[in-house]
Ligand binder design. Structure first.
Ligand SMILES: [Zn+2]
Ligand SMILES: [Zn+2]
Length: 136
């Protein structure tokens, strides 16, 4: 997939473009994603950092762990990005912030160990208790 994908936050002050291959996409059930997005699960896509760019605005950042940063709109709070703080090669972006989220369907679940009992997507995608085989 090499078409340009676009997305942005709720208030439209933060916009981004992806011009390159989507490496993968999946649901993350970890507690950090749940808290950061105030949602039972977060669907992420992954692309190379040089294929991802903010086209409007500058994200606020929160360092949710020593190694990783979360990028979001300082005005409306929409979570957009997730990447290593230093020497990031990949960036994750929230699928629901895409202008057309239907273009990038999730392919797996990770951190299933903290999945909420009252929430289930009802799909047959692969489920991993931890970060899964594709991460790193
Ligand atoms: Zn915003
Ligand atoms: Zn997560």
């Amino acid at each position: 997939m090499t078409k340009i994908l676009t997305g942005g936050c709720l208030c439209n002050r933060l916009r981004y473009e992806i011009n390159g291959r989507i490496i993968d996409a999946g649901f993350c059930h970890c507690r950090l994603c749940q808290r950061a997005n105030a949602a039972p699960v977060v669907a992420w896509g992954t692309t190379r950092v040089d294929h991802f760019a903010y086209s409007r605005g500058t994200p606020a950042m929160y360092f949710s762990s020593p190694l990783y940063q979360r990028e979001f709109c300082a005005e409306c709070g929409t979570q957009i990005g997730f990447r290593r703080r230093v020497e990031a090669r990949m960036v994750d972006f929230t699928l629901a912030s895409l202008d057309d989220p239907a273009l990038v369907p999730p392919e797996y679940h990770i951190w299933q160990m903290s999945k909420l009992d009252w929430f289930d997507t009802g799909d047959r995608l692969p489920r991993h208790d931890d970060a899964g085989p594709d991460q790193g």
